[in-house]
Write a protein of this length. Structure first.
Length: 361
């Protein structure tokens, strides 16, 4: 029998979100029903609300969540009611050409629940990133629910489901930051600070935070930044070069995703350095660089999808690092809010007043 629960719905492009009652079915084969305990408010949810992802309205928003398993469907053997889980928006299928080549973090056929969640009148909802967790309960594919240590409080644990994993993985997995490296991170929001934390944990000897907001730069030191550059008042390329003996950083992470920051990151690298783009650009944005510089500077230009993570491997590791005091997930939680405060949280996000607002249910 379907469950009637409260949920945050984006009914049409650009309109304020609405708190509605929706129907969530019992799990079918390969699915699990999860009671959501906390869910972070991510920029991607705002992109869905504004129609910047696609036009498949109405959307059920929320995807950065932790909770407990209520029920499992037929064929689910590695989860049971009561398990504490973090939800992942990528669940490798195991069968696509990328999974078969041993690269499941690039899975081209990621799993989602097959049954729809709906409005009371039966209108199907499109869950954000295949999750839809601004709701008291949500239905996901079993592979999207990753068991973690229940000692981690849900407000913090849920954040590794998207933003923290994206930034941390951009440094550790995509960028390959290692002991003794120099790293520059452009943009000190949630994803950028997670990249700073990842670089620090990976052993970087210098982690340079770059932003135009002095408050964010001050906050970046909490996550492991050794130096800060305010690019509103200084040329960030020259500043990073000066901090790295005139050479540039071994790894640069663009957590903004704009042409100007990408260009800065490109020239901020040392020769043969790596540039990782993890900030999501607007589809209309373009970048132009001299081809001779692409050739002459060498190195690698990479994009990072979800931090190139494997949730079943990486989520428990990050939770262990949180519980041991090595990863400050609590530092990302600016405020906790109710389901009826998501629209105001979007306003705070736009103004740069929060790292993360977290809905607590």
């Amino acid at each position: 029998m379907p469950h009637e629960v409260r949920a945050v719905v984006a009914a049409k492009r650009g309109a304020p979100v609405e708190l509605q009652t929706i129907l969530v079915p019992d799990p079918g084969p390969g699915e699990v029903l999860v009671s959501v305990q906390a869910c972070g408010v991510c920029h991607t949810d705002l992109h869905y609300r504004d129609g910047a992802i696609n036009d498949a309205f109405p959307f059920l928003l929320g995807h950065e969540a932790a909770g407990t398993v209520d029920a499992v469907g037929p064929g689910v053997t590695d989860l049971a009611p009561g398990d504490y889980v973090v939800l992942a928006w990528r669940a490798p299928c195991g069968n696509c050409r990328s999974c078969r080549r041993g690269r499941p973090w690039y899975c081209f056929d990621s799993r989602n629940a097959t049954q729809p969640m709906t409005l009371l009148d039966g209108t199907p909802l499109t869950p954000a990133l295949g999750i839809g967790a601004f709701a008291e309960k949500t239905l996901v594919a079993a592979g999207q629910a990753v068991k973690v240590d229940p000692a981690a409080r849900p407000e913090a644990a849920g954040l590794i489901g998207c933003g923290v994993m994206a930034g941390y993985g951009a440094a550790v997995h995509t960028g390959g930051v290692g002991s003794g490296d120099t790293v520059a991170v452009i943009g000190c929001g949630g994803v950028g600070n997670a990249a700073i934390a990842g670089a620090s944990i990976a052993g970087a000897r210098r982690v340079i935070a770059v932003d135009i907001d002095e408050r964010k730069l001050d906050g970046a030191t909490r996550f492991g930044a050794t130096d800060t550059v305010n690019s509103r008042g200084a040329d960030p390329v020259e500043a990073v070069r000066e901090l790295t003996g005139g050479h540039g950083a071994d790894v640069v992470i663009d957590a903004v995703g704009r042409p100007e920051t990408y260009r800065q990151g490109f020239y901020m690298r040392d020769l043969a350095g790596t540039l990782v783009q993890v900030g999501v650009p607007d589809p209309e944005m373009k970048i132009e660089l001299p081809l001779i510089d692409l050739f002459g500077r060498g190195g690698a230009l990479k994009s990072s999808w979800y931090g190139d993570c494997l949730p079943s491997r990486d989520f428990p590791v990050l939770i262990d690092r949180y519980l041991s005091g090595r990863l400050d997930l609590d530092g990302f939680v600016t405020e906790t809010i109710g389901l009826d405060e998501v629209e105001s949280a979007f306003d705070k996000m736009r103004d740069g007043r929060v790292l993360r607002s977290v809905v607590v249910l």
